[in-house]
Ligand binder design. Structure first.
Ligand code: NAP
Length: 335
């Protein structure tokens, strides 16, 4: 008989690249009940994100690792199907960190109501959610971009990168994007208005390609990938350049510490700044950032793309596919 509830748990920790065998599907026939203050939720959209790779390992980080044999969780948009909490009505949609479960009970803590009339529900996991906030706050708070400057964005065709490049264009910068396919480079230019694009998979000499695309040098580098791509950018940075370390997806699956060039001489010689960040560092600025992002969306200055994968069972594969660059823009699973 078909069971009515599915959950995805972490079965074991990946060595190197994550695989489907790291996940366990648990199917149950269960009627969830709620008590005073609780709500019952049905998952509608699930976000898969590169940072989840870090939580699958038990290395110390800024968030707790996932526990073995317990549900994996990430950003989810869910529908309220029953409520004993005055703040939420049946039919409301909420967004927050929730389990990879078709149904679950919550006390509402940490959940935000989202309005499907104002924007498509999936956008609350992307351009109007965590990745949009990361793009805006990383760029403005650390990058301090100024009109006329040149920015390089790596992972440029992904959720964060595609928004960074567009905001930089709005702010008057020359924007160069680095991504993994010609189709993505074409999209950066035609859909998102980037000035130049470099396909790192077909470019033999990244150092020269970056120097050529940025004849006046690089003032801001928004780094989503780390590794050799980022090493190559360092050769073109200008005096007082700002290097925003948002992510390092190219090394998340490495089992040994990757070898890299020494950044110090580049930073000293150029009086440059390199700073990592976690979007939650700027939590107090989220309302202001969302206002900016939704304003630009309404005005048509900002757009977005999403790769929507269908079906709860495909959540782990969608996550794994991030490391193969199978997404354009935000990777989301529709339940
Ligand atoms: P995303 O860019 O939408 O998806 C990942 C992309 O990374 C893929 O589409 C792929 O595109 C690229 N990629 C995969 N393996 C690569 C490799 N070995 N070398 C170079 N590129 C590779 O993901 P996202 O959610 O926007 O996240 C982007 C980065 O920001 C990640 O590093 C993530 O961890 C980080 N992040 C940080 C924060 C924070 O608070 N600091 C918040 C959100 C995200 P290609 O086809 O171009 O290779």
């Amino acid at each position: 008989m078909k069971k009515n509830m599915k959950t995805i748990q972490l079965k074991n920790r990946p060595e190197g690249k994550p695989t489907l065998s790291n996940f366990e599907f648990v199917e149950e026939d269960k009627t969830l009940t709620i008590t005073e203050g609780e709500i019952l939720l049905e998952a509608a959209y699930v976000s898969v994100d590169p940072y989840l790779r870090g939580r699958m390992s038990d290395a110390k980080s800024y968030v707790e690792p996932f526990k073995l044999n317990e549900p994996v969780h990430s950003g989810v948009v869910a529908k309220v199907t029953a409520s004993k909490n005055d703040e939420f009505q049946v039919g409301d949609y909420v967004s927050g960190m929730l389990n990879w479960s078709t149904q679950q009970v919550s006390n509402g803590e940490g959940l935000n109501k989202v309005d499907p009339e104002k924007a498509p529900l999936s956008t609350y996991l992307g351009v109007l959610g965590m990745t949009g906030l990361t793009a805006y706050l990383g760029l403005t708070e650390i990058g301090k971009p100024k009109a006329g400057e040149t920015i390089v964005v790596s992972g440029a065709a992904g959720a964060v990168g595609s928004v960074v490049g567009q905001i930089a264009k709005i702010l008057g910068l020359r924007v160069i994007g680095i991504a993994g396919t010609d189709e993505k480079i074409e999209m950066l230019k035609s859909k998102f208005g980037f000035d130049e694009g470099i396909n790192y998979n077909t470019t033999k000499d990244m150092k020269s390609a970056i120097a050529e695309a940025a004849p006046n040098g690089v003032d801001v580098y928004f780094d989503n990938v780390g590794g050799p791509i980022s090493d190559a950018v360092l050769f073109s940075i200008n005096q007082f350049a700002r290097i925003i370390i948002c992510g390092a997806i190219s090394v998340y699956n490495e089992t040994e510490l990757p070898k890299s060039i020494s950044v110090q001489p580049f930073l000293v010689k150029n009086s440059a700044l390199m700073q990592g960040f976690i979007v939650s560092n700027y939590a107090e600025k989220f309302p202001e950032a969302i206002q900016k992002l939704s304003g630009w969306l309404t005005e048509g200055k900002l757009t977005y793309t999403e790769t929507i994968v269908d079906g709860f069972d495909n959540i782990p594969q969608a996550f794994i596919d991030l490391f193969e660059g199978k997404n354009k823009g935000k990777m989301i699973v529709k339940i």
